[in-house]
Design a protein around this ligand. Structure first.
Ligand code: FE2
Length: 496
């Protein structure tokens, strides 16, 4: 028997962000509780090292790392990666900018809330360096320092190529639960499948409780050196805004994780509202423009849409890619209020106006891939209609929900066609851009190919979508795969 009957109820309460329901989805061990793991504790040594992209990743990149809070002044070094043993001689030193976020309190609209999850966590410092003036498509070695003399190993990372150079990248749906137990194998399988990936998109809900330090510790332990090497392109989800806090009226308080801005250095566009600084941004990478939206900032949907309109309109990138957490078309039975219609009203016309090729999303804890059609009221498949934008919803974590039997039939007015779905299966995606072709692969944690297609740019008119052979003959469902159980995903330290 598969324990999936209660899943829709869990989905609604948790996505709504009801504190008790969401927290209860977290495993609680009985008897002997695990202690705070040593890899969570900040020290004079640098850890949680993550490369992120700036607006021009052909000439720059940023690195952020963590230490104990007593490290207030530090630096990083960078040098061309070369073949000789002492490639590091002559490395250039760059001073870091440092912030010391308070992980025990969160200020929202003038009120202060205690973050009980972090009560016993030693204060950290986060350090960031932006390396600039770099050559395009060039391999650099860098290292970062904690307290004086406490250096990381040398990492290697490559700057973005000029347009016209093929490259591939990774995309992950929600990790969110069981990050320290179940998610690690997925992200590591992705690295093994595409070690030359140029960056990795995380489409929101990287963790479950946004400011809870333990979950980020588990996330960084799972990615290990991978994000010291492959830049991260993270989008925020509802859980990066969720800390289980309630105001004096008992209403849920949603506000961005206190860790988001300190630990990810992301492009900041001054034309955007302050509220979406470092949650809405765009990066031009070779032939692609990647725009990241904040689907939690529903008070700023219009501002985001205007910004996106401008960014897409000004770009000559061949491939236009958007990532956002909440899917444009939901895969699940929705029984709770979410601003889906507002999201579609704000962003779909912009996607259509600028011919966005593909949108990479999360949130539903299931897999779905389909597309909108540009014209024609009846378009039974994406290969038969005039293809508009391809939409993918994916999940990389262990939490799974069932796909609605109705698929996307509720979105007929948007000419949306759902082509491929899966349940009970974590995925990673490898996406390759090569001239006029975008090749998409969704792979399982064992590396098997579940969904694949190629988008081809035509001389004029819409893209052509070509379905590719996969390793699976039929859709994966709860009733034709292994048993599923929710909860008890991870051995987390006790709640205070
Ligand atoms: Fe979500």
């Amino acid at each position: 028997m598969h324990a999936i009957r209660s899943l829709p109820m869990l989905a609604s309460s948790c996505v709504l962000g009801l504190a008790a329901a969401c927290a209860d989805a977290q495993p609680q061990t009985q008897g002997s509780m695990p202690s705070t793991p040593p890899w969570q504790t900040a020290s004079p040594w640098p850890d949680r090292i993550v490369v992120t992209l700036e607006e021009d990743p052909a000439s720059s990149f940023s690195v952020t790392w963590r230490t104990s809070a007593d490290v207030r002044e530090t630096r990083a070094e960078i040098v061309l990666a070369d073949d000789h043993a002492r490639f590091d001689l002559g490395a250039r030193s760059v001073p870091a900018r440092t912030e010391t976020p308070d992980l025990t309190r969160k200020r929202v609209d003038g009120s202060e809330y205690a973050l009980r999850w972090n009560e016993h966590v030693d204060a950290p410092a986060y350090h960031t360096v932006t390396f600039s003036g770099l050559e395009p498509d060039t391999l650099y070695a860098y290292r970062v320092m904690g307290a004086e003399g406490h250096w990381s190993e040398w990492f290697q990372t490559r700057t973005a190529p000029e347009p016209g150079t093929p490259f591939r990248f990774l995309y992950f749906g929600d990790a969110q639960d069981g990050i320290g137990s179940h998610w690690a194998r997925v992200v590591r399988a992705a690295f093994a499948a595409a070690p030359d990936a140029r960056f990795a998109i995380h489409a929101g809900d990287l963790v479950n409780i946004g400011s809870r330090d333990y979950e980020w510790a588990a996330w960084f332990r799972s990615v290990g050196f991978i994000h010291g090497t492959i830049p991260a392109l993270p989008a925020v989800g509802n859980h990066e805004y969720f800390d289980g806090l309630r105001d004096s009226d008992g209403d849920l308080v949603t506000a961005l994780s206190v860790l988001w801005r300190p630990q990810f250095a992301l492009p900041q566009d001054p034309s955007l509202p302050e509220a979406v600084r470092e949650t809405v941004y765009a990066v031009r990478y070779g032939d692609a423009l990647i725009a990241v939206l904040d689907t939690m900032a529903d008070g700023h949907f219009d501002a985001q849409a205007d910004w996106l309109d401008g960014v897409l309109g000004a770009s000559d990138a061949k491939w236009k890619i958007v990532t956002m957490h909440h899917p444009m078309f939901e895969l699940l039975e929705r029984r709770y209020p979410e601003p889906g219609p507002e999201r579609r009203a704000a962003f779909l016309p912009v996607f259509e106006r600028h011919g966005v090729d593909i949108v990479l999303q999360g949130h539903d804890h299931a897999y779905g891939r389909g597309a909108t059609m540009r014209s024609g009221a009846r378009a039974p498949t994406a290969t038969q209609g005039e293809l508009g934008t391809v939409f993918v919803t994916s999940v990389s974590g262990v939490k799974m929900y069932p796909v609605s039997d109705d698929g996307w039939s509720g979105f007929a007015e948007h000419r949306a066609v759902l082509e491929r779905t899966a349940e009970n299966t974590p995925f990673f995606q490898v996406i390759t851009l090569d001239g006029d072709a975008l090749t998409y692969e969704a792979r399982t944690a064992t590396g098997r190919l579940y969904d694949a297609f190629r988008l081809e740019k035509q001389r004029t008119g819409p893209n052509r979508l070509v379905e590719l052979a996969t390793d699976f003959d039929s859709p994966r469902r709860f009733d034709n795969t292994g048993p599923y159980e929710t909860g008890r995903f991870d051995q987390v330290p006790p709640r205070p």
